[in-house]
Write a new protein. Structure first.
Length: 118
């Protein structure tokens, strides 16, 4: 079992930066692929970024490539999502996820709201 708790969301203006954190419980954190997903109002949840268990092989959705950076600190059981040049369309609830595959997470956090205003 892994419990995930996101933090760092908030209200920012377009063009600003924000860093999300996801703290995981459990001793097997470093065996999981970690990912971020998001869900905007009225839309389906979509993949944002993922990172391998060792911190390598980051993978991004085209919509955030070049603006978002995913990283992890296995010593702290934490995964991060650094977001720069935020756009209005980045407004969503951001979820942290863990699993053996980024496309099929086994565990989800409760989400943190990111709102980008003009």
């Amino acid at each position: 079992q892994v419990q995930l708790v996101e933090s760092g969301g908030g209200l920012v203006q377009a063009g600003a930066s924000l860093r999300l954190s996801c703290a995981a419980s459990g001793r097997t954190f470093n065996s999981y692929v970690m990912a971020w997903y998001r869900q905007a109002p009225g839309k389906e949840r979509e993949f944002v970024a993922a990172i391998g268990w060792s911190g390598g092989s980051p993978y991004y959705a085209d919509s955030v490539k070049g603006r978002f950076t995913i990283s992890r600190d296995n010593a702290k059981n934490t995964v991060y999502l650094q977001m720069i040049r935020l756009k209005l369309e980045d407004t969503a609830v951001y979820y942290c996820a863990a699993g053996s595959r980024w496309s099929q997470p086994a565990y989800w956090g409760q989400g943190t709201q990111v709102t980008v205003s003009s």
